[in-house]
Design a protein around this ligand. Structure first.
Ligand code: ATP
Length: 439
């Protein structure tokens, strides 16, 4: 019986699987770690790259109105003055008078410290941007911030894209990259990090066209959730009431996911009016208006912003795919990942490691497959049952075994991860079979 666990302990099981199988390790682990940082290992980075590629395909390549950028993380600090981050990107910080632990005031349920029961001091605003200095001097003029979101790098390139590619409205600029937030209380594995990665779009529209664009991106975000394997019943829209909207936004939907620690924000979709371009125009003194050739009007475009966290997506994917069942009378753990995002698409192995003819034939099958599908792995460690379990745990959809029959009829066994069923398939059909499943 299959059981996709949703209990509290699921997170512990996922964290442990990620470490054991080389997906995600604690950052700086041999030095005791660094809060809010995690390192992606071989399978984690493959999963991450597959998720980012799926996003880039759906949000950029499949469209003809999108432009990609990869802006510098370090930016002129005036960018963050204009965007309001220097004055307002803060969370309410509260400190326990007794144990001195710090918390986010808006995340607490009671007036007593959850660690020691002590009382709290006053709430103060804590700016979450990491601040450093560029160059050898440490004066105020040399202050730079690690970007707290990738959006800033998009807005400062709006004029470059306009001047070099001359797009007509509506069009969008996309970026994937790291962002840094000095979160007061990083927690819940890769959910709340201090170093995170975002996939963001700023989609520029005529002011009266924002509603249609908002609906379009809303639909695309649901399609993306589906593409990476998040079940519809676990993704929820939270329409932020007008009284709680950020000052620049006229409409925002938080896409929330049912994590093992509760329903929390996964992604955001916001209508940001002309706030950003107007603010950058004011602070830089550079004209960022759009000239409409048809109507001869000059105006500041409005913006729809779908903003997706890479790490929160990965966590949601892991939670969605983590499955326990029983196979052959034994308890089994596997990741039911969509083949398109699985780090390894197929594992090839010889039935017996000590039979040179089998190994040679299996290498032949493996190399032919790997030429066409790079995310194919070789595994000849331990017995075949152990290999299957290992691949199940990393979510490999197919295992291919070369046995003595292969030597005479050129067929192999193709094992399906989810059902464990095995069928004999001509080796020549493998590439097509696997390719079809990963589109
Ligand atoms: P939260 O309310 O959970 O702090 P936020 O509303 O500040 O999140 P946004 O500023 O909208 O988040 O950032 C866009 C996206 O970036 C989020 O939807 C999320 O996917 C991701 N993200 C934001 N902060 C973090 C973080 N500290 N760790 C991991 N991902 C994050």
């Amino acid at each position: 019986m299959e059981n996709n666990t949703t209990q509290e302990d699921t997170l512990d099981k996922i964290v442990s699987l990620c470490k054991r199988r080389g997906f995600i390790y604690q950052g700086s682990e041999i030095y005791g770690g660094l809060a809010g940082t995690w390192d992606y290992g071989p399978y984690g980075v493959a999963l991450k790259n597959n998720i980012k590629s799926a996003w880039w395909k759906m949000f950029v390549d499949d469209r003809d109105d999108m432009f990609g950028v990869d802006a510098a993380i370090l930016m002129n600090s005036k960018v963050w003055e204009a965007s309001g981050h220097v004055s307002g990107f803060s969370d309410p910080l509260i400190e326990c008078k007794k144990c001195k632990r710090r918390f986010r005031a808006d995340h607490l349920d009671s007036d007593a410290c959850p660690e020691c029961g002590g009382s709290f001091g006053d709430v103060r605003q804590f700016n979450m941007m990491f601040k450093t200095h560029a160059g050898a001097t440490e004066g105020d003029g040399a202050v730079v911030y690690l970007r707290p979101e990738t959006a800033g790098g998009i807005f400062v390139n709006y004029k470059n894209i306009m001047d070099s590619l001359h797009p007509k409205l509506p069009f969008g600029i996309a970026q994937i990259g790291k962002a840094f937030r000095n979160e007061i209380a990083p927690r819940d594995f890769v959910f709340r990090l201090r170093e995170l990665e975002q996939m963001e779009v700023e989609y520029f529209v005529k002011p009266d066209a924002w509603e249609d664009a908002f609906e379009e991106w809303r639909t695309i975000m649901h399609a993306f959730a589906d593409a990476v394997g998040l079940r519809k019943t676990t993704v929820h829209e939270n329409n932020i009431p007008s009284g709680e909207l950020a000052h620049y936004s006229k409409r925002t939907i938080d896409f929330e996911f049912d994590y093992p620690f509760g329903r929390k924000e996964l992604w955001g979709l916001a209508y940001r009016t002309d706030f950003d371009l107007s603010a950058h125009e004011k602070h830089s003194g550079v004209d960022l208006k759009y000239f409409d050739e048809e109507t001869k009007e000059k105006f500041t475009p409005h913006v729809i912003e779908p903003s997706l966290g890479v790490d929160r997506t990965i966590l949601a994917v892991l939670v969605s795919s983590y499955t326990e069942d029983e196979m052959g009378g034994e308890k089994r753990v596997f990741l039911k990942l969509k083949p398109a995002i699985a780090p390894v698409k197929a594992m090839v192995s010889p039935l017996l490691k000590n039979k040179p003819q089998l190994v040679e034939k299996a290498r032949e099958v493996y190399l032919a497959l790997k030429k066409e599908i790079p995310q194919v792995a070789w595994d000849d460690n331990g017995n075949i049952g152990k290999r299957y379990r290992r691949q199940d745990e990393i979510g490999t959809p197919f295992c291919i075994t070369v046995d003595f029959d292969t030597l005479s009829d050129d067929t192999v066994t193709l094992r399906d991860r989810d059902t464990g069923t095995q069928e004999r398939v001509p080796a020549s059909e493998l590439t097509d079979r696997i390719k079809r499943s990963i589109i």
